[in-house]
Design a binder for this molecule. Structure first.
Ligand code: IVH
Length: 679
């Protein structure tokens, strides 16, 4: 019962005239109180005071620590709110390598594992645990104090993200015994926090996180610990290094006594049948958990047997990860919606009866093109099976023809553009249908969206919805019009207030200072991705110089091929383009190269990772993507194997994506790639 804490009146004695001794006592009291309250709230789920009361204690502690800096410590609960931002993350070598686990996909794989484990022992006890879908984190404690917390990195060397980890309430800053060791566990974002975060981001038109794992990783990769502090992350410990205990199950109990949060759903199993029953049970119940799991980890309990079995270079022989199959659900295809892209390509999208799959509600799935619709035999009104490829991209798996009622209708692509009515064409060697009318309003709107997007002019507050609104209100019809927008025009619009309107005008104004490559990419020259735009900006320095460039000059640049050169020359030869550029210049756009953007290798998520690119990328070419990844310390390879870390799946990705899913490898879409490259 902690109620006596609440009877204390902190301001009985004015903080100002408090002497050092009294302050020290009060600080100690506040720290102890906050630690207890935090444990009640975050670990025991039995808060005894209101959030506001907790915040008052915290504020009082922070202000006392500010006044008496001599009493500041780095394990005070006040570090949980997140201190100063860093310039970069340091590298840390792990005391022992952070291995990963071998994968099992079915009962046979689990039985094989058991057979190998029992090669020269009859009886084995296993511990089964949930495989939490977050990111592996190592924590080093010295004399019971949290010293360093790091990401896995390449397994040998990770990144020091201690400041961010200290904001996680379920990571103890001080242990109940003064011991020195390293523990391993999983940092994760609970489902509810993930959904609240995405709802908040949607309201601000910010990019949504694809799943809780990405959201957790993104939060912990921020240099400013206040971001992590605001994200409600949590941590389950699942192992430790260097101990005199004799089994994993004892080790977990001990970690719990020390003050860590272990996952309560672990189970000691005396044989493989019990292990299989545990897997089956949790495969069915995973949806009930407040956090995402992607499988079950099976570990040999005895440390001496673990040691005897040893490890390969990548993973221990005493443990295995059973990966759940990608969740598949059935839903109804209500309609097929068509959209016209920036380059005129018509893309069909399935409009689905909303259905929850792999952590989020899905309402739409790309159907790519008519050929694929035919091949899958999809009809309007069909009941379909849906999954998320690589747990991210919604995909129609198959049609359940036995559910047909006869009411289903065949789908045909139109012959004319849905927006401007001009005749659609199928270019040679392409499956896509295109609208080739350069003044098609849909294309213009998409061009505007592209111009304002992150890798282009990066105009904050000017997302798809706002552009569509401005376009529909006829306030903008070319990118130049953006720079003519006036505050009072915005104030007349729905959903615009004084503040949002002022912010938008300021963001547009600020974009005038952008370096040349941003403008170039924003103009959407065919075959010129974000990387090529940077190369051109670097080489020519100004828009004028680039406008004068000949095809020969262009192809002489490393990285610029003849297709790109041809496209650039043709682009600038157009009279409308000349007018557009002159007009942008008149509006005060700089269009000069501002120097290289420095990317620190070790700060990058790509550092030490093996990456495979597959499918069609639209924002940058494959070779650009490869160079960018390599510049950040990643390796790009051609085929998917167990040692692949990330597969980047563009449009209509095929067998490599399937393989990645089978192997349980992280899959990103192009959007995520671009975001990570831009960070
Ligand atoms: S044990 C020596 N236990 O799954 C390997 N891992 O490759 C130690 N994970 O990224 C891993 N829940 O972070 C273990 N209960 C659990 C886990 C777990 C999630 C993650 C781990 C690693 C991956 C396995």
């Amino acid at each position: 019962n902690w109620s006596h804490f609440t009877n204390y009146h902190p301001h009985d004695k004015g903080v100002k005239d408090m002497d050092g001794q009294v302050a020290k006592e009060r600080i100690d009291f506040l720290r102890e109180t906050l630690e207890k309250l935090s444990e009640e709230y975050y670990e025991l789920d039995t808060p005894s005071v209101s959030d506001a009361e907790y915040d008052r204690y915290m504020q009082e502690l922070i202000s006392l620590e500010e006044q008496f800096p001599e009493y500041q410590t780095d394990d005070s609960p006040s570090v949980r709110v997140g201190g100063k931002a860093l310039d970069s993350f340091q590298k840390v070598a792990h005391q022992t390598a952070m291995l990963s686990l071998g994968n099992a996909f079915d009962e046979g794989d689990i039985r094989d594992f058991d057979r190998k484990v029992r090669a020269d022992t009859e009886e084995v006890t296993y511990v089964c645990e949930l495989k939490i879908d977050g990111l592996a984190i190592s924590l080093r404690y010295e004399d019971g104090k949290l010293l360093v917390g790091a990401t896995r990195g390449d397994g040998e060397v990770g990144e020091d993200i201690t400041n961010n980890l200290k904001t996680i309430h379920t990571i103890p800053l001080r242990l109940k015994e003064p011991i020195s060791f390293e523990v391993r566990g999983e940092a994760y974002m609970p489902k509810a926090s993930f959904e609240a975060l995405n709802a908040e981001r949607a309201a601000k038109e910010e990019m949504l996180f694809a799943n809780p794992r990405n959201a957790a990783a993104g939060s912990l990769r921020q240099l400013d610990p206040k971001v992590a502090a605001s994200r409600n992350l949590s941590y389950f410990v699942y192992g430790l290094t260097g101990t005199t205990l004799t089994s994993h199950s004892e080790a977990l109990d001990y970690l719990e006594e020390l003050g860590f949060m272990t996952n309560p759903n672990r189970r000691v199993c005396r044989n493989i049948e019990e292990v299989l029953a545990y897997i089956e049970e949790w495969q069915g119940k995973r949806g009930e958990l407040p956090y995402e799991i992607d499988g079950i980890v099976v570990k040999v309990d005895s440390f001496s047997l673990q040691e005897k079995l040893g490890s390969t270079a990548k993973s221990p022989r005493w443990a295995i990860a059973y990966k759940f199959p990608a969740e598949e659900v059935t839903t109804k295809l209500i309609d097929i919606e068509l959209s016209v892209g920036r380059t005129g390509v018509i893309t069909p999208t399935a409009i689905l009866e909303p259905v929850r799959v792999a952590g989020t509600v899905v309402k739409r799935a790309s159907l790519h093109n008519e050929d694929l619709i035919r091949k899958q035999g999809i009809m309007l009104g069909d009941t379909i099976v849906l999954k998320k490829a690589g747990d991210i991209i919604p995909q129609v798996v198959s049609v359940l023809t036995k559910h047909r009622t006869g009411e289903e209708k065949e789908f045909h692509m139109p012959t004319t553009c849905i927006e401007c009515g001009s005749h659609l064409v199928r270019l040679e060697e392409e499956v896509a249908l295109r609208c080739v009318n350069p003044s098609c309003p849909a294309q213009i709107r998409e061009e505007l969206i592209h111009f304002a997007s992150r890798n282009a002019m990066n105009i904050e507050g000017l997302g798809e919805r706002v552009i569509a609104q401005l376009f529909a209100e006829k306030l903008i019809s070319t990118v130049v019009d953006l720079y003519d927008l006036k505050l009072d025009q915005l104030l007349h619009l729905e959903r615009f207030g004084e503040k949002s309107a002022t912010n938008l005008i300021q963001a547009i104004e600020k974009s005038k200072q952008n370096s040349l490559e941003k403008v170039l990419f924003g103009l959407g020259i065919r075959h010129i991705g974000a990387k090529a735009a940077r190369t051109l900006a670097q080489h020519f320095g100004t828009m004028e110089a680039l406008e004068q460039a000949t095809e020969e000059e262009l192809t002489n640049i490393d990285e610029i091929g003849s297709k790109m050169a041809d496209s650039v020359v043709k682009f600038f030869a157009q009279e409308e383009v000349q007018t557009l550029i002159a007009s942008l210049k008149n509006h005060g756009l700089h269009m000069e190269y501002k120097g290289p953007q420095v990317v620190k290798e070790s700060e990058s998520v790509f550092f030490g990772k093996t990456i495979v690119l597959t499918g069609k990328l639209t924002q940058l070419t494959r070779s650009e993507a490869k160079k960018e990844i390599e510049a950040r310390g990643g390796k790009v390879t051609g085929s998917v194997s167990k040692s692949t870390d990330i597969v980047i799946a563009g449009e209509a990705a095929g067998s490599k994506l399937t393989k990645a899913e089978e192997l349980g490898i992280t899959v990103w879409n192009e959007e995520q790639l671009v975001v990570e490259l831009g960070e």
